[in-house]
Design a binder for this molecule. Structure first.
Ligand code: NAG
Ligand code: NAG
Ligand code: NAG
Length: 282
């Protein structure tokens, strides 16, 4: 237990916040379902037990709506920072294959560590932290796992100090997932990188650091910082080495309020980021 507030109060508060923004931004179809779910477009016929009719399950939600996968799939059309072309198909290849006479299939991959749903370490924007070893393996697993609040950011703005104040996130809340216009615009499903995504402005990041207990900031596009404040906002967040940024989360169709967040990065020693698998449990 790490929350200083009773859960029931937080739930009430989260509900009031979400009610407030539903009323304000009110698009009931704001979170469309995910294309490709339960369809065959990404499946590998024959992969399970050699039966070509057997379609492997690919889910976004498990256990009757209790567990949500909030990680994006690594697919060729996934957007990549500052690129028009997306991830492309060459990030993953079969080095040995059964079809070519090997006993097993063995794939290899080459991937930028900030690709898709990923986490930033303090060394991302501080060279002295890189030299000192504050890599992704030094991140606190406790911060990456525990109660988290999912909030809806008003859809007509980047995250400024003003917006942060208006969200009224209570003291004691240590992990917050910010759902923004990026989710409505389905930006993580679009191949071409879009600089107009919503993120933290420098004053919003400062306000969070100075006025809240938030140690995990989750966002729904490739950067927690708005494009035009990319450097400044990262510097503000990462300076204390206490705040962890989880970026590129898939927050479609997740109920607002308190959930348990579980995020696990790879132990990439010497790296300032890592792909991360995150789930939410209700
Ligand atoms: C195994 O490799 C074959 C190519 O030899 C490929 O068609 C098949 O999809 C692979 N199976 C899996 C599960 O990756
Ligand atoms: C099998 O080997 C051939 C010849 O080396 C190559 O062209 C082909 O891409 C390989 N196929 C797979 C699935 O690895
Ligand atoms: C957020 O900021 C970006 C620039 O970083 C801008 O292009 C975009 O229009 C802003 N979005 C909103 C909703 O104000």
């Amino acid at each position: 237990m790490d929350s200083l507030l009773p859960l029931s109060f937080l739930c009430f508060l989260a509900l009031s916040i979400s009610h407030h923004f539903r009323a304000a931004s009110a698009n009931p179809a704001a979170y469309p379902t995910i294309p490709g779910t339960n369809s065959v477009d990404c499946s590998i016929p024959g992969a399970a037990g050699g039966n070509p009719d057997h379609i492997p399950p690919r889910r976004e939600v498990y256990d009757n709506g209790r567990i949500f996968d909030i990680t994006h799939k690594y697919v060729p059309d996934m957007p990549v920072w500052d690129s028009k072309d997306g991830l492309g198909r060459h990030f993953l290849w079969l080095e040995k294959s059964i079809k070519n006479g090997s006993r097993s299939n063995n794939s290899a991959m080459k991937l930028g560590v900030h690709t898709g749903t990923h986490v930033d370490a303090p060394s991302h924007f501080y060279d002295n932290y890189l030299d000192a070893g504050f890599d992704v393996d030094s991140l606190d697993i406790e911060v990456l796992n525990g109660y988290a609040l999912l909030v809806d950011v008003p859809r007509d703005t980047n995250i400024t100090a003003e917006v942060m104040r208006s969200l009224s996130i209570p003291h004691g809340v240590r992990r917050v997932l910010f759902r923004t216009l990026n989710t409505d615009r389905r930006l993580m499903f679009k191949k071409e990188f879009d600089t107009t995504y919503v993120g933290f402005m420098e004053d919003g990041a400062k306000w969070l650091v100075e006025n809240t207990d938030i140690k995990l900031v989750g966002v729904d596009y490739l950067s927690a910082a708005a494009y035009e404040h990319s450097v400044q906002s990262h510097l503000v967040f990462l300076e204390s080495r206490e705040i962890i940024l989880v970026e590129g989360l898939k927050l479609d169709d997740i109920p607002e309020g308190i959930c348990t967040l579980n995020c696990l990065p790879l132990r990439l020693v010497g790296s300032e980021a890592s792909p991360i698998r995150c789930i939410l449990i209700r």
